[in-house]
Design a protein around this ligand. Sequence first.
Ligand SMILES: *[C@@H]1O[C@H](CO)[C@@H](O)[C@H](O)[C@H]1NC(C)=O
Ligand SMILES: *[C@@H]1O[C@H](CO)[C@@H](O)[C@H](O)[C@H]1NC(C)=O
Ligand SMILES: *[C@@H]1O[C@H](CO)[C@@H](O)[C@H](O)[C@H]1NC(C)=O
Ligand SMILES: *[C@@H]1O[C@H](CO)[C@@H](O)[C@H](O)[C@H]1NC(C)=O
Ligand SMILES: *[C@@H]1O[C@H](CO)[C@@H](O)[C@H](O)[C@H]1NC(C)=O
Length: 363
Amino acid sequence: MGLELVLLKVLLLWHFHLAGGLRPQAFTKVKCQDSCGGITVPFPFGIGGEGCFLNEWYEIICEGNGTIPRLKRINAEVIKISLPYTPDSGSMFADRSGTIEVNLPIVYSNWTCALDSNRASMVAPNLHGSPFVYSARENVFFAVGSSNLLAVIKNTGPVLAGCSFGCIRQCFSYSGNCSGYGGCCETGISSLVLQEFGVDFLKEGKLISNGGGECGYGFLANESWLRPKLPDLQALIKDGHVPGVLHWGIPHNSSVGVQLSKSCTKKCMKRTLSGLPYPPYEFYCRPGYFSNPYIMDGCRDIDECEDLHLNDCTDICENAPGTYHCKEAGRMVKFVMRGIGAGLGSIVSLLLVWRFYKTMKKK
Ligand SMILES: *[C@@H]1O[C@H](CO)[C@@H](O)[C@H](O)[C@H]1NC(C)=O
Ligand SMILES: *[C@@H]1O[C@H](CO)[C@@H](O)[C@H](O)[C@H]1NC(C)=O
Ligand SMILES: *[C@@H]1O[C@H](CO)[C@@H](O)[C@H](O)[C@H]1NC(C)=O
Ligand SMILES: *[C@@H]1O[C@H](CO)[C@@H](O)[C@H](O)[C@H]1NC(C)=O
Ligand SMILES: *[C@@H]1O[C@H](CO)[C@@H](O)[C@H](O)[C@H]1NC(C)=O
């Protein structure tokens, strides 16, 4: 009886340990709500009281009876927050920056063009003063309208990119169909540091305000979401928003930025998000580590031996900080035991022992 209980306890503890290793607590400050509407909210973002988020730019409010996360400062619904991700191999920074996917408004040439004026907005959020930029890599500028219009996206001053609606075939290959709207077009915005944008609609080189019943719609949107099938434009225009991607870092002079810069050595690394007047810092876990680099000592060792895809050992895999080693079987029994102990093997072996013990008891 006693042994049975002990074994059961060990098994339970093991499960607890495994689950605990990947708990959201690893991503969020202790005592803060870690998700809203099924969306995980990692620090520096946070829900709740002060201390849960780095500063007001990262505050998330959970609306709609706890189902809709919203980035409070820019009043945008949050779809997904991603921490910087470092692949295990390849170039150090051939990676993905920290991103936040939010609903961005469609910009209409005139209010009267919005199908639901309650939901319509004419301007995209202004990110000046924040450590966020509109991602030039992940977003594209897309516009819809009468075929004789030209849409341009501009950064408070100069025109950044433009596209004319007469170019469906040349611009892109969608399986969707824009002809109900005269035309649509898409263009990249290259690698600009974009924190604010407007959209102008031109006809024969002149700005249209109410172009004689002609309506134009322009937006920045997550390119992967837009492809490969063009979404239902009618529904989009009615909703008044599309998912777009912001790229984020943290202020270089924030207390967390300063502390992390000192402590981030072996397990994490830092880079600067260039192009902004006060360049934010981005922190990454080094290859072989995972979890949240924005929490003190937040990068944890990946146990490559637990996942067959992460190691190429033929016999025994031994985990080490940031890496793993392969050993040959038969050289040392100690390693074999450790190898089993480190993996799911321990659960299986414990179950076997337990089974064996029960069988013995019956006899
Ligand atoms: C909010 O959720 C609770 C629990 O699921 C439910 O009882 C309540 O009716 C909901 N309130 C609204 C306004 O939807
Ligand atoms: C696009 O839609 C229009 C009207 O709905 C239709 O007449 C046209 O044939 C469609 N074009 C293609 C290529 O599917
Ligand atoms: C929008 O359209 C309305 C009605 O056609 C027109 O009166 C108004 O001047 C237009 N507003 C702007 C800002 O162009
Ligand atoms: C962009 O959209 C795709 C498809 O919906 C999604 O898988 C991806 O995570 C989005 N990108 C970001 C950075 O959130
Ligand atoms: C960080 O630097 C900016 C620009 O110099 C300044 O406006 C801001 O107050 C500083 N923040 C802190 C926490 O020192």
